[in-house]
Design a protein around this ligand. Structure first.
Ligand SMILES: *Cc1c(COP(=O)(O)O)cnc(C)c1O
Length: 368
C-alpha cells in the first residue's frame, strides 16, 4: 500500500523533486551545536523587518480572530497609487510564488507547454509539472536568458513563458530594449510572466520600466514581492500586475483569504517606508562590492549580479566546500540543482556577516 500511493499522484507530481530551501539557522544549531551561525542562503533582507512594520504588526494583533480582507483593498490601493495602475490590475499572492502557481492552475493543462531558461528560478518547473504540463528548458547564454531561442521554441501548445529579471540564482538581467523586442514578437496566445522579485535592487539604466508595457500587452504579467527588498519573507506577500482580465482570471482560482491580516497590514506600511528601502539598497551595494573584492583577492570569478546575491565560481565541485562552510557556521546556497555544480550563491549580508563569510571561505579554501 505504501509504495502504490505514489502511483496515485498525477504523473507530473510523481517526477517532481521538492524545492530545496536554505537550511534554517535553528536546524544547523541542533545538528552541529554551533553558537555563531550566519545565514546568507535565501536572499533575505539582512536588516530584518523595519521598525514601522514591527509596530504595525503589534497594532494589529487584536484583530486576529477575524478573517482578513479577502480583496486586500488597502494594500491594492497603495500599490495602485505607487505603480500608477488600477486596483483591478493587481493580484495579491501568498508570496509571489503563489501568483506563479495561480498562473499554472488557471492557464495550463496536460497539453500545455511552458518555456523557461536553464539556470532559472526553481519554482517554474515545480508549478509546471504539478499541473502535468510540459516544461521546455532553453539553454542559457552566459548564464542569461536566450530570448531568441525562447521565441523559437514556441509552438501552438505554448501557454506560459517565465522570465526572471533579474534571474535567480545567476543575477543576470535583460535590458529594456531586449525585452521590448521579445514582447513585440510574442504571439498573443502566449502569456509572458515577468518575474521581478529583485527589481528594487537594480540600478542599471537600461533595466526596463515594465509597468508601462501593461497597456500594450494583455498577455503580460509582472510579479513582484515583499520578501526581498522589503524584508518580509516570513510574512508571505507578493503581487502580480497585469491586465484587468488576467487579474480577473487569477482571482477565480485564488483562495478567498490567501493573504493573512498581519501580512496585508505590514506590506502596506513597508511600501511607504522609502527610508528602509534606500538603506536596504545602499547596504546591498556596499556588500556586493565587499564580497566581489574578496573574491578577486581569492582569485575566484563570479557571475555579475544586479540582485541581492552573487554566485561565485569555485572552479571545483562546490558541495564539499559547502559542507565545510556549514561546519564553521556559514549557510549559503549550493546551486547544483540549477545545473551550476561549481557555484555557490551567496546572499549579500550585513558588513559583519559578509566579513565572517569571507574569513570562513578563505580558511576553508586554504584547507583543500
Ligand atoms: C525569491 C524569489 C521569488 C519570490 O518569492 P516569494 O517569497 O514567494 O515572493 C520569486 N522569484 C524569484 C526569482 C525569486 O528569487
Amino acid at each position: 500500500m505504501q509504495a502504490s500511493i505514489y502511483q496515485l499522484a498525477n504523473s507530473g507530481v510523481q517526477k517532481l523533486i521538492p524545492y530545496q530551501a536554505g537550511k534554517p539557522i535553528s536546524e544547523l544549531e541542533r545538528e552541529l551545536g554551533l553558537t555563531e551561525i550566519i545565514k546568507l542562503a535565501s536572499n533575505e533582507n539582512p536588516l530584518g523587518p523595519s521598525e514601522k512594520v514591527k509596530q504595525t504588526i503589534q497594532d494589529n494583533l487584536g484583530e486576529l480572530s477575524r478573517y482578513p480582507d479577502g480583496n486586500g483593498f488597502a494594500l491594492k490601493a497603495a500599490l495602485a497609487e505607487k505603480w500608477q495602475v488600477t486596483a483591478e490590475q493587481i493580484t495579491l499572492g501568498n508570496g509571489s510564488n503563489e501568483i506563479l502557481e495561480l498562473l499554472a492552475r488557471a492557464f495550463l493543462s496536460t497539453e500545455s507547454e511552458v518555456i523557461f531558461s536553464q539556470h532559472a528560478f526553481a519554482v517554474y518547473p515545480i508549478v509546471t509539472q504539478s499541473v502535468g504540463a510540459v516544461a521546455k528548458v532553453i539553454p542559457a547564454v552566459e548564464y542569461g536568458h536566450d530570448l531568441a531561442a525562447m521565441l523559437a521554441a514556441i509552438t501552438d501548445n505554448t501557454r506560459l513563458i517565465f522570465i526572471a529579471n533579474p534571474n535567480n540564482p545567476t543575477g543576470t538581467y535583460l535590458s529594456e530594449q531586449a525585452l521590448a523586442a521579445f514582447l513585440e514578437a510574442l504571439p498573443e496566445q502566449v502569456i509572458c510572466v515577468l518575474d521581478e522579485a529583485y527589481f528594487e535592487y537594480v540600478a542599471a539604466a537600461d533595466y526596463p520600466h515594465s509597468v508601462a508595457w501593461l497597456t500594450q500587452y494583455p498577455n503580460l504579467i509582472i510579479t513582484r514581492t515583499f520578501s526581498k527588498a522589503y524584508g518580509l519573507a516570513g510574512l508571505r506577500v507578493g503581487y502580480g500586475l497585469s491586465s484587468p482580465e488576467m487579474a480577473d482570471i487569477l482571482n477565480r482560482v485564488r483562495q478567498p483569504f490567501n493573504n493573512n491580516a498581519l501580512a496585508l497590514a505590514a506590506a502596506e506600511v513597508a511600501l511607504h517606508d522609502e527610508e528602509y528601502l534606500q538603506a536596504t539598497v545602499a547596504l546591498n551595494n556596499a556588500g556586493m562590492l565587499q564580497l566581489t573584492a574578496a573574491f578577486t583577492d581569492m582569485g575566484l570569478s563570479w557571475i555579475p549580479s544586479v540582485g541581492n546575491f552573487v554566485s561565485v565560481d569555485l572552479q571545483r565541485e562546490a558541495a564539499g566546500i559547502n559542507t565545510a562552510l556549514l561546519h564553521k557556521g556559514v549557510i549559503v546556497r549550493p546551486v547544483a540543482n540549477y545545473e551550476m555544480p561549481n557555484h555557490l550563491r551567496i546572499s549579500i549580508g550585513t558588513q559583519a556577516e559578509n566579513d565572517f563569510f569571507i574569513k570562513v571561505l578563505q580558511s576553508v579554501l586554504a584547507d583543500v
